[in-house]
Design a protein around this ligand. Structure first.
Ligand SMILES: N[C@@H](CCC(=O)N[C@@H](CS)C(=O)NCC(=O)O)C(=O)O
Length: 235
């Protein structure tokens, strides 16, 4: 019998998106249930399976559940082909080191987008080159032309970074930061990831609009730039 997978999510969550990308890259059918973002509105069934009340949670066959996007991605890679981790143990450990670095990268990108003032955004944008340069260095060591983190094969590292490179692109479209252009390998990697079918199909179609609505809901400074900046068309 085929295993049934269900993801619990908010409409916009880059960490859920990471799990959805892994499912898509493996061609696994899955269901996704969107729950209310407000803490006190998260349903009791969700509270029972998400110890820190965060999404994603992956429900397996309606009985087991997993939380934390990295644990979910690793689990999926163990149970479903094709293997996204490299076969070589050293290469695999290096890939895991890069997924360990993801929260630092994600935080630099997200903090910038969620700034409350222009001055805060500009100050936080100064944290981005360091993480971009770190990734550029990793891509330089790859020893091939990509297009993905390890080369031609899409990996768990790609699945992890794609949502945050996409959020950077959303931010850049509203307020051109001019940073990623200085890192040509990172830029090419980002372009390849954002064009990958598993990434394109990993969210609701109107993801950019939803991300923007979130800026408005939280009254972030970037929301003041929304007039006249059309979001990419939904697929
Ligand atoms: N380390 C977690 C991060 C997940 C996370 O931060 N999810 C956010 C939504 S994008 C969340 O559920 N936030 C709710 C909260 O913190 O109350 C993972 O990788 O799964």
């Amino acid at each position: 019998m085929t295993t049934r997978f269900k993801l619990c999510s908010f409409t916009t969550c880059p960490w859920v998106q990471r799990a959805a990308i892994v499912l898509r890259a493996k061609g696994i059918e899955y269901e996704i249930e969107y729950i209310e973002r407000e803490k006190d509105k998260r349903p009791d069934w969700f509270r029972a399976i998400s110890p820190h009340l965060k999404v994603p949670v992956l429900i397996i066959d309606g009985k087991d559940s997993l939380f934390e996007s990295n644990a979910i991605a690793e689990y999926l890679d163990e149970v479903a082909a094709p293997r996204l981790h490299p076969a070589d143990p050293i290469a695999r450990a290096r890939n895991r080191a890069w997924t360990d670095y993801l929260p630092e990268f994600a935080s630099a990108v997200s903090r910038c987008a969620y700034s409350n003032t222009k001055a805060e955004l500009e100050e936080r944008a100064r944290e981005i080159p360091e993480v971009f340069e770190t990734l550029e260095g990793a891509l330089e060591k790859r020893g091939n032309d990509g297009p993905f983190f390890n080369g031609p094969d899409f990996s768990l590292v790609d699945a992890g970074y794609a949502p945050f490179l996409q959020r950077y692109a959303f931010t850049d479209r509203l307020y051109p930061l001019g940073i990623i252009e200085k890192y040509p390998l990172l830029k090419a990697w980002s372009d390849a990831l954002l064009a990958h079918p598993a990434v394109r199909k990993s969210t609701i179609a109107a993801i950019e609009q939803d991300w923007r609505d979130n800026l408005v809901r939280h009254d972030r400074w970037l929301s003041t730039l929304l007039d006249g900046a059309p979001a990419a068309a939904a697929e």
